[in-house]
Write a new protein. Structure first.
Length: 202
């Protein structure tokens, strides 16, 4: 191989390496996301939406979605203090507020919120009697919201709204409440109480 051919080969290889390095060093963070920037497996910061240059080969960028999310119909079942079984449907609006915590403090922040919200809803609603639960939905919304906001912060999640959409009551007490229009009048707009006959009832 002649000297000129060897130089040409080296030049081509060098150019290819440069192109590969350039390609691996350019990262585009989509709108509505934040990039978690790691070097050699260690987090070094976050990247806002846009095009960024990072160290080639030793860097990795994870995209965290920070747009608003909604759990439309979280279903929870519990027994109230007066032994009335109910099923509660809850709507929750939230977003990732701290991408670093959402990435490193919990494996799946969305799943963690879903499960924790179910536990908290059962605990809070289950601590009330039937009439109090169906008449004071706004109070339940507020209490669930307060607990979720405080606890989910450690996972980088900002809870923006909690709204009970429906309370389904099963049992004889449901028949009595079905005839009482006062508690329905006091329900917040958008919340519903559904009366369901239990098995064996006439």
């Amino acid at each position: 191989m002649s000297l000129s051919a060897a130089l040409l080969t080296v030049s081509v290889v060098f150019l290819l390496v440069l192109l590969i390095m350039l390609a691996s060093s350019i990262v585009k963070v989509p709108l509505g996301h934040v990039g978690i920037y790691e070097k050699l497996g260690h987090p070094v910061g976050t990247l806002p939406p846009g095009v960024h240059l990072v160290a080639p080969f030793i860097s990795k960028v994870y995209f965290i979605d920070t747009t608003e999310k909604t759990i439309e119909d979280l279903q929870c079942e519990c027994i109230l203090t007066d032994n009335t079984p109910v099923r509660v449907a809850v709507k929750i609006r939230y977003r990732v507020g701290d991408p670093m915590k959402a990435k490193y403090e919990v494996e799946d922040p969305h799943l963690a919120l879903n499960k924790f919200a179910g536990v908290i809803t059962r605990a809070i609603v289950g601590g009330m009697e039937t009439e109090e639960a169906v008449m004071k939905v706004h109070k339940l919304n507020r209490k669930i919201m307060e607990v979720l906001k405080e606890e989910c912060t450690k996972w980088g999640i900002d809870v923006e709204e909690v709204r009970i959409r429906e309370i389904e009551i099963i049992g004889q007490v449901a028949e009595r409440l079905a005839k009482d229009h006062e508690y329905r009048r006091r329900l917040p707009r958008g919340a519903r109480v559904v009366v369901v006959r239990g098995r064996g009832e006439n």
